[in-house]
Ligand binder design. Structure first.
Ligand SMILES: [Zn+2]
Ligand SMILES: [Zn+2]
Length: 119
């Protein structure tokens, strides 16, 4: 099986060999500003680059924040953190196929901005 994903310009492409373990939505201001909030958590062994790994730019925040943000440097698409750890947090917004899993939890709900629609 293969679940494909890509950035806005199509330069970065990847695939998952199995459905994500789970999906969750983060409402913190860092995710909001980085342009991704829903993540698919994928085992590193199940993630594979198809193209454009060299287009990735990484932003590593100062402590206490640890979540590295990867972007396509050509189009700015936020890809989540596809290259660190045993479980990777992939920006669900990059998925081109239905991962078959739905978001099952929320983080930092109180950090939602006043203009965000209540769920
Ligand atoms: Zn791109
Ligand atoms: Zn967040």
């Amino acid at each position: 099986m293969s679940i494909k994903g890509s950035c806005c310009c199509g330069g970065v492409r990847f695939e998952l060999f199995e459905p994500p373990l789970l999906m969750g939505t983060c409402h913190c201001s860092r995710c909001r500003k980085a342009g991704s909030g829903v993540y698919a958590y994928v085992r590193a062994e199940a993630f594979h680059w198809l193209a454009g790994e060299a287009l990735l730019t990484r932003y590593r925040p100062k402590p206490p924040f640890r979540f590295t943000r990867s972007f396509c440097r050509r189009c700015g698409t936020s890809l989540g953190d596809p290259d660190s750890g045993r479980i990777l947090a992939i920006a669900a917004s990059c998925l081109d196929d239905d991962p078959g899993v739905r978001p099952s939890f929320d983080e930092f709900l109180p950090d939602r901005p006043p203009w965000e629609k209540p769920e």
